[in-house]
Design a protein around this ligand. Structure first.
Ligand code: SF4
Length: 206
């Protein structure tokens, strides 16, 4: 289920950027829409609509299989691995977020990065806590921008500023454009800005 970043031109495999240098990058793809909040602003024009051949994994039996794969990859790569969550799909339950928390706890050389459209629900709150608890090893950005001014969690999550953001091309606030999309770096493995800077990343429309 965890695909090496070498299968995905944008991701790359061996991380050369700072902080997580030397780790190997893998990705996980879930079923879009089935795992996503219906409030996602790309519900009607999901990136996955143009990816008919992407290998999506269902949530049935997902967690035990992921545990096995992570154990095996941690043995294979002594410097550890980074998992990009999720090429398609999203965090679908609080238990699923807690599974990642357990993995980060059990594997000190495991890192996570990615994006979520969860907002204002218990799943968003659990992701927010995951980012806070493992702030050096887990960066899940909110697919939105801070200036949108919406609270990104429930009343237990008052600190909107603690989220990092991933905005769309139309966003005109303080941000930087993804350097892979503008041809300045080859891949996420060589860039790493999503997990090393607090600044909002802006993505060109797909
Ligand atoms: S900013 Fe860097 S790490 Fe983030 S998606 Fe673009 S290339 Fe990847």
């Amino acid at each position: 289920m965890l695909k090496p970043g070498s299968n995905n031109k944008k991701l790359g495999f061996k991380i050369t950027s700072k902080r997580w240098e030397g780790k190997r990058l893998y990705s996980l793809t879930l079923e879009e829409r089935k795992t996503c909040p219906t409030t996602c602003h790309h519900w009607n024009d999901c990136y996955g609509d143009n990816m008919p051949f992407a290998h999506r994994f269902t949530t049935a039996g997902l967690i035990p299989k992921l545990k096995e794969e992570i154990d095996s990859l941690m043995n294979k790569h002594p410097d550890g691995i980074v998992i990009r969550l999720h090429v398609l799909g999203d965090f679908y339950s609080e238990d699923y977020v807690r599974f990642w928390e357990e993995m980060l706890f059990v594997h000190p050389k495991l890192c996570l990065f990615g994006y979520t459209s969860r907002k204002g629900d218990n799943i968003a709150h659990a992701i927010w806590l995951l980012n806070i608890r493992f702030d050096q090893r887990c960066v899940i950005r909110c697919s939105d921008n801070k200036e949108a001014g919406k609270p990104h969690g429930n009343s237990q999550e008052p600190f909107v500023q603690d989220w990092k953001y991933a905005a769309e091309e139309s966003f005109e606030g303080n941000s930087f454009d993804c350097p892979e999309q503008t041809g300045k770096v080859k891949s996420c493995a060589a860039c790493g800005l999503c997990w090393t800077t607090k600044k909002t990343v802006r993505f060109l429309s797909h």
